[in-house]
Each structure stands twice: as C-alpha cells, then as structure tokens.
Write a protein of this length. Structure first.
Length: 109
C-alpha cells in the first residue's frame, strides 16, 4: 500500500492572486483608454477614426490574449510563470507608453 501526499494545486490557493492580477490589469487598461485617444491624436497626429481603430484592436487583443495565456499555462509554462510573464509584458508596455509621452526623442517624427 502506497501513501499519497496531498499537494493541492490551484483552487482557492491561487484564486486571489489571479483575481488581483486581473483586476489591476483591467483598472490600468480602462484608466488608460480615455486619455489614449487624445495622446494618439496629439502625439502621433492620427485622425479620430485611425485612433479609434488602434484602440479597438488593442481592446480586442487584450480580450483575446487570455485564451492564448490559458493554453500556454496548461500546456507549457504553468500558472505562475504565465501570470508573471503577462504582468511583465503589460508593465513594460505601460512603461514604454509613459516614456514615449515624456521623452520627446522617443516618438516617431
């Protein structure tokens, strides 16, 4: 008779981490969107229709990529690595956006 040790993975142990990460990401994304159209129009001289198209594509990508993340998490990386990589990518994107807004030479002419 072999003795099995229970080492539960997931469930209520990881749920707060995932919910908090998703909540902070959504707050950051939706807080950024109203100002983003003005930034695209003034900083990159886009007309309103092009700016709205860019924002729509960005919104579509942020709503679709969790499916890709779920596949990567279940198949290859695991939940913590996938969440960490998603957080790092989102954080770096916001830092780059901040730098293009504050550093004049970071923008395209």
């Amino acid at each position: 008779m072999t003795q099995q040790t229970s080492n539960p993975k997931g469930g209520l142990k990881t749920l707060p981490f995932i919910i908090a990460n998703e909540a902070f990401e959504k707050v950051a994304s939706y807080g950024l969107m109203p100002n983003m159209i003005l930034y695209l129009m003034r900083g990159y001289h886009m007309d309103i229709s092009t700016g709205k198209s860019v924002l729509s594509l960005w919104t579509a990508a942020t709503n679709f990529l969790p499916i890709v993340g779920a596949f990567l998490s279940d198949s290859y990386l695991g939940r913590y690595q996938t969440i960490s990589l998603g957080f790092i990518a989102s954080f770096l994107g916001m830092i780059l956006l901040y730098l293009t807004a504050t550093v004049p030479h970071a923008k395209l002419p």
